[in-house]
Design a protein around this ligand. Structure first.
Ligand SMILES: NC(=O)c1ccc[n+]([C@@H]2O[C@H](COP(=O)([O-])OP(=O)(O)OC[C@H]3O[C@@H](n4cnc5c(N)ncnc54)[C@H](O)[C@@H]3O)[C@@H](O)[C@H]2O)c1
Length: 471
């Protein structure tokens, strides 16, 4: 099929590239000429495992990019709208989606031949059949259903593993305003014949996406609430508690070999310094706002957000218990991306934590394998004096003289930290914001959901007084 993908961000580019990989003829459109040029040069503007290889195989043959929506849409069988849907602080901002709908509508006016226009962006229930349909019909002078198809095809890929998620989907949801629309959308995914396909209405498709993200966000905040409870009770480690929970029959099963395996939802039942990214915070806030608009009660989801919003600050509270005065302290922050495997720092808990550390006078060094440039820009946007920060690309150099190491992103290379510190004979205080290391892996360890420092008897104050004595 000929596919026009509008927006080449994480969703648009990965979807476009993967649809080309499975045999479709894809044209990606973006308003950003730099991204278009990069894609046409076979280079990905974003970091995603496996994406460069797919681009190398398909750019120039089954995949091209352009800034011209007219060129891309001219003979498309399906157009997928993949532009952003930010939360504007009050409600979901649908202006990017409706703007594209207006532009596609104007092009539809001149077009002959059937095509389906589908929203892939995450939008609140009623958007596709409401403002998107209205914009398309007004600009085209044609009727959805009679003259063109209209649908909603939510995307479930997760950044960091986006290519894998797209190529091995757990489910495909196609919402159509009629059978012909959903049928044409379903045909796009014909190569994934063994994947559950949910054909439904557009509102249900929209709601499935929000509900899925809200559930995972809830599991994280639930775990973090239990972590705070464990800290308060004392002498109980949240990781021991959650591991015990993971083995309940609702979260685990025996495979054909009789081995116990956990379902992947269990990985969201884990404590940390909070969820971030471009989806969970935005989508849960949008769902709360839409529920409130409809007079429905979103108390639970509000609590999910409240807890998450305070979790970075709570993490620093744990640090202050060991080191009440952070002035002049050398603190190394490990991980700036909101999760491993991506260079995306949107709503990363690292950002407010670094901002607060700087405010309190700490001397901050930042490390991330791939997200440093994005983090620098994001910190600048938060008016953090980035010139006072040290961005260090070499992990060993980043931790070399640290008094405190704050682990924010569970990048696999940070598993080498204990051996690195042991080899140097240095014992900075490690605050594990992801409960990623073993609590006895380093000499001095504190973590979310753990009452006491483990691994050694010193605390920062003792270390500081030793330094003073040495001086
Ligand atoms: N990022 C994810 O992991 C993810 C996963 C599932 C769903 N989603 C949803 O998908 C949507 C897109 O998310 P994203 O992270 O890919 O966004 P993004 O901000 O990374 O990308 C959006 C792209 O659209 C382009 N754009 C904006 N207006 C345009 C226009 N009029 N014409 C052409 N291009 C235009 C921008 O230049 C940008 O490249 C959002 O609704 C998001 O909630 C995101």
């Amino acid at each position: 099929m000929r596919v026009c993908v509008v927006g080449t961000g994480y969703v648009g580019l990965v979807s476009g590239a993967c649809l080309a990989e499975i045999g479709h003829q894809v044209t990606c459109v973006d308003v950003d000429p730099a991204k278009v040029a990069q894609i046409n040069g076979g280079e990905s503007p974003i970091f995603e495992d496996g994406l460069d290889e797919i681009l190398a195989r398909n750019v120039g043959t089954r995949l091209t990019a352009t800034t011209s929506l007219a060129d891309a849409f001219r003979d498309a069988d399906v157009a997928l709208i993949c532009v952003g849907t930010p939360f504007d602080g009050r409600t979901i901002d649908l202006s990017y989606v409706t703007r594209v709908a207006e532009q596609l509508g104007a092009l539809l006016r001149e077009r002959t031949g059937y095509c389906v226009i589908a929203v892939k962006s995450t939008v609140v229930p009623g958007t596709t059949d409401g403002p998107v349909r209205a914009a398309l019909e007004k600009a085209s002078g044609k009727r959805a259903g009679a003259d063109f198809g209209l649908g909603m095809n939510p995307e479930f890929l997760a950044e960091g593993v986006a290519v894998r998620d797209f190529m091995q989907p757990d489910r495909i949801v196609v919402g159509g305003i009629d059978e012909r629309s959903s049928g044409q959308l379903a045909a796009l995914y014909a190569p994934f014949a063994s994947t559950p396909l949910i054909r439904t209405g557009t509102r249900t498709a929209e709601a499935i996406k929000y509900t899925s993200n809200a559930l995972l966000a809830t599991l994280i905040s639930f775990s973090n609430e239990i972590a705070r409870y464990c800290e308060a009770v004392g002498d109980v480690d949240v990781t021991d508690v959650l591991r015990g929970v993971h083995f309940m029959k609702h979260l685990s099963y025996r495979n054909a070999e009789g081995e116990v395996r956990q379902v992947s939802a269990a990985s969201f039942l884990w404590a940390g310094c909070g969820f971030g990214g471009s989806c969970f915070p935005k989508d849960v806030r949008a769902l709360i706002a839409d529920a409130t608009r409809h007079g429905a009660n979103a108390t639970l989801l509000q609590a999910v957000m409240d807890l998450n919003d305070t979790q970075p600050g709570h993490t620093l509270d744990l640090l202050r218990q060991a080191c009440p005065d952070l002035r002049g302290r050398r603190v190394t922050v490990l991980g700036l991306a909101f999760k491993p495997g991506t260079d995306d720092v949107r709503e990363s808990p690292a950002l407010p934590m670094i901002q607060q550390l700087v405010t309190e006078g700490a001397r901050v060094t930042c490390h991330d394998p791939i997200a440093m440039a994005n983090a620098r820009a994001a910190l600048l946007a938060r008016t953090v004096a980035v010139d006072t920060l040290r961005f260090e690309g070499d992990l060993a150099a980043a931790v070399a003289d640290a008094e405190v190491i704050l682990l924010v992103t569970s990048w696999p290379e940070y598993l080498g930290l204990p051996a690195m510190l042991a080899a140097r004979g240095s014992s900075p205080l490690v605050l594990d914001g992801r409960r990623y290391l073993g609590r006895n892996d380093v000499a001095r360890y504190i973590g979310i959901g753990l009452t006491q420092e483990t691994g050694g008897e010193d605390n920062l104050a003792a270390m500081a007084s030793q330094e003073i004595r040495r001086g």
